[in-house]
Design a protein around this ligand. Sequence first.
Ligand SMILES: NC(=O)C1=CN([C@@H]2O[C@H](COP(=O)(O)OP(=O)(O)OC[C@H]3O[C@@H](n4cnc5c(N)ncnc54)[C@H](OP(=O)(O)O)[C@@H]3O)[C@@H](O)[C@H]2O)C=CC1
Ligand SMILES: Nc1nc2c(c(=O)[nH]1)N=C([C@H](O)[C@@H](O)CO)CN2
Length: 236
Amino acid sequence: MTATNAPILITGAGQRVGLHCAMRLLDDGHPVIFSYRSERPGVQALRERGAIGVFADFSSEAGILAFIAELNTHAQSLRAIIHNASAWIAETSDEHSHAFTDMFSVHMLAPYLINLHCSPLLQRSSPADIVHISDDVVRKGSRQHIAYCATKAGLDSLTLSFAAQFAPLIKVNGIAPAMVMFNDADDAAYRAKVLAKSALGIEPGPEVIYQSVRYLLDNPYVTGTTLTVNGGRHIK
Ligand SMILES: NC(=O)C1=CN([C@@H]2O[C@H](COP(=O)(O)OP(=O)(O)OC[C@H]3O[C@@H](n4cnc5c(N)ncnc54)[C@H](OP(=O)(O)O)[C@@H]3O)[C@@H](O)[C@H]2O)C=CC1
Ligand SMILES: Nc1nc2c(c(=O)[nH]1)N=C([C@H](O)[C@@H](O)CO)CN2
């Protein structure tokens, strides 16, 4: 029996892109389950709109499995899973190995284990989708974010493998943004440098990611694809 109006799970939705997409999914009538690691105003705002928040620390296998167990107490089916949670750590930090394992865990191990353990919940919904939020930087690598880029490349590989494994019941796609929203600490010089990297030269904001999510959820004939949302960086 196919679930009607099954919830959508989005990870890392306490702030920024994830929070915006969770709010927009609620606007469009989807029940939302979201993961958060830190208590933030956005977490409370989502709860006040009826979304279910589940704590998750994806930096270890135990933390991922604990999240999956808790998730299963809240959902008997899922319309979609959006893997948004991410850590953007540069090599400037001293703890290189720690950073690599943290980003491997949040960018690759968490989507891998959640997809495998939760595919039965998705199979009770039709249509059903998995969306991996990656990064356009995978296209050419990054001198300052080597481990970040490598683990996002691994996520792109998971998109291809899970799309093949889960077809035709579950579509699996990715979104590869370049900068969509700056961080508060980004100074004017950095912002100008980043804006100059793309042909369109704008900070578009998180709605461009929601538009991409909407396209993937609504299109019945797209799987194994990663959408580039980069302002034309590749042609600059
Ligand atoms: N912002 C941009 O311009 C770009 C973003 N992207 C990608 O888009 C997505 C959204 O970006 P953005 O909104 O800036 O992301 P954020 O940097 O705001 O991270 C999203 C959330 O991920 C959560 N998170 C980080 N590490 C862990 C962990 N170990 N366990 C559980 N949760 C964790 C954080 O939760 P908490 O706050 O609760 O601790 C955070 O709120 C990401 O996948 C990012 O890589 C790609 C290119 C450009
Ligand atoms: N988890 C995150 N990933 C990324 C972020 C971020 O803030 N959190 N920001 C970027 C930058 O905008 C980068 O695209 C600028 O060139 C990349 N990934």
